[in-house]
Design a protein around this ligand. Structure first.
Ligand code: UD1
Length: 368
C-alpha cells in the first residue's frame, strides 16, 4: 500500500502529528514521517519522538534555518526530490509554519493530494508570516481539517467546497489529554522549587514581539517587574535569544536573574506540567492559547489579534498586545482570580485525530 507522508518541521508540528500516528496505527493505513529539519536542536532528538510515542522520522530533509524565503525554498526543493523518488498517497501537512507551506507547494505541483490539518484559521493580519502560510496552504489543499468553527467559516467564505472541508476538533488537545497524567507525574514545578499555582509561565517568539529592539527590551523589563509579584519561568525560544543577543540585552535573559527564571526550551511533558501548574501564562504562541484554554489557566495573549478566536470566546485567553500597562492590569486580574474559568470547547475532547483519520481513510478510498 502506498504510504501517506506526514510532514513536520517545527516542534509543535510533531505534537499535532503524534495523535494522527496513534490513530493511523489502529487503521492499518501506511504512513511515513518526514522531518524537514526546520527546527533541529538537541531537544528534538530521539527522545522527543519517544516521549510522543511516535517513531523517529523515516525521512530527514535537514533543511535548517535561514531567512523565510531561503528556508521555504530549501524545504520545497528537498521535499520535491523526495516526492519524485517516493511518491506518497497524499501529503499531510500541519499548522502554519514554513515547512507546511513548502511541502504543500511541492506536493500540489506534482499532483500529489495535499491534506491540511488545522486549516482555515485566520488572524486577518498579513504582516504575520504564518498568516501567509495558512492562506497559501489552504488555497492548494485538497482536504482541509478545521480545529474550531471559525476555521470552517473562513474556508466557506473563501469558496472552499464544503465536501473538502471538515471540522474534526483539535488534534493538539488529543496529545495534551493523553499526556497530562505523565506530565503531572514529572512534577516539573517542584524541580524549579515552585509551588502549584505559585508562579507564572512566559513564552515569546513572534516577530512582532522580539524582532524590534525596543519592544523586546520593554517586554523583558516588564517581566522582571511582574516577577516581583510572582516568580516567572521563561523558556527562551532560540529566535528570541538570538534577537536578545542582537539587541544587546541577552544578559537580562540569563538564569541568574532571581525571580525571572530563564531556561532553555523544555521537553513537551515538562512544558505541559509547568503550564498546568501555572497561576497565569503570558504567551504569543498559538498552541499555548489553546492548551491553557483546556487546562483552565488564565492566558494573556501578547498579540493584537488571534487566528484562534474560540480561545477568547470560550477559553481563558485575553488579547493584551504588547502594551505594558495593559499587560500589567491583566496580570494582576489573573493573579487575583478575576478571570473567566473558560467553558469546554466542542470537539476538543481527545478524539479529534480519530475523527480525522476516519474521514481521511474514506476520502482516500473514494479516490482509489
Ligand atoms: C516557527 C514558526 C512559528 C511557530 C514556531 C514554533 C514559521 C514562519 N514560524 O517559528 O509559526 O510558532 O516555529 O516554535 O515557520 N529553533 C531551534 N529549536 C527550536 C525552535 C527553533 O533550534 O525548538 C531554531 C531554528 O532551527 C532556527 C530558529 O530557531 O534556527 C528560528 O526558527 P524558524 O524555523 O525560523 O522559525 P520560528 O521562529 O521557530
Amino acid at each position: 500500500m502506498t504510504p501517506l507522508d506526514l510532514v513536520g518541521g517545527a516542534r509543535p508540528n510533531f505534537v499535532k502529528l503524534a495523535p494522527v500516528v496513534w490513530a493511523l496505527r489502529r487503521t492499518g493505513l501506511a504512513y511515513r514521517i518526514v522531518h524537514t529539519g526546520q527546527h533541529y536542536d538537541d531537544e528534538m532528538s530521539e527522545s522527543f519522538f519517544k516521549d510522543l510515542r511516535i517513531p523517529a522520522p523515516d525521512v530527514h530533509l535537514g533543511a535548517g534555518s535561514g531567512l523565510a524565503g531561503a528556508q521555504t525554498a530549501r524545504i520545497l526543493e528537498r521535499y520535491e526530490a523526495h516526492l519524485l523518488a517516493a511518491r506518497p498517497a497524499a501529503t499531510v501537512v500541519f499548522g502554519d509554519v514554513n515547512s507546511t507551506l513548502a511541502c504543500a507547494l511541492a506536493a500540489v505541483k506534482l499532483g500529489v493530494p495535499v491534506v491540511h490539518v488545522e486549516a482555515g484559521l485566520r488572524s486577518f493580519d498579513r504582516t504575520m508570516p504564518e498568516e501567509i502560510n495558512r492562506l497559501v496552504t489552504d488555497a492548494v489543499a485538497d482536504l482541509l481539517f478545521a480545529s474550531e468553527p471559525s476555521g470552517l467559516e473562513n474556508l466557506e467564505r473563501e469558496g472552499v467546497p464544503s465536501e473538502r472541508a471538515c471540522l474534526v476538533g483539535n488534534v493538539m488537545i488529543d496529545t495534551l489529554l493523553a499526556e497530562l497524567p505523565a506530565a503531572r507525574a514529572c512534577d516539573t514545578t517542584a524541580s524549579f522549587s515552585l509551588k502549584d499555582k505559585g508562579y507564572g509561565l512566559v513564552t515569546l517568539h513572534r516577530p512582532s514581539n522580539v524582532d524590534d529592539a525596543r519592544t523586546l527590551a520593554r517586554l523583558v523589563e516588564l517581566l522582571h517587574e511582574l516577577s516581583r509579584t510572582l516568580p516567572i519561568v521563561f523558556p527562551v525560544h532560540p529566535r528570541t535569544l538570538a534577537a536578545a543577543r542582537r539587541h544587546g540585552i541577552a544578559e537580562r535573559l540569563t538564569a541568574t536573574q532571581a525571580r525571572l527564571i530563564c531556561v532553555e526550551p523544555l521537553p513537551y511533558r515538562h512544558a505541559l506540567s509547568l503550564m498546568a501548574g501555572a497561576a497565569v501564562v503570558l504567551t504569543d504562541s498559538g498552541g499555548l492559547q489553546e492548551e491553557t484554554s483546556v487546562l483552565g489557566v488564565p492566558c494573556l495573549t501578547l498579540r493584537e489579534n488571534t487566528e484562534r478566536p474560540i480561545t477568547v470566546e470560550r477559553g481563558t485567553s485575553r488579547l493584551v498586545g504588547n502594551d505594558p500597562a495593559k499587560i500589567t492590569r491583566a496580570f494582576h486580574d489573573a493573579v487575583a482570580g478575576r478571570w473567566p474559568r473558560g467553558q469546554s470547547i466542542p470537539l476538543w475532547d481527545g478524539e479529534a485525530s480519530v475523527r480525522l483519520v476516519t474521514v481521511l481513510a474514506s476520502w482516500l478510498d473514494a479516490r482509489a
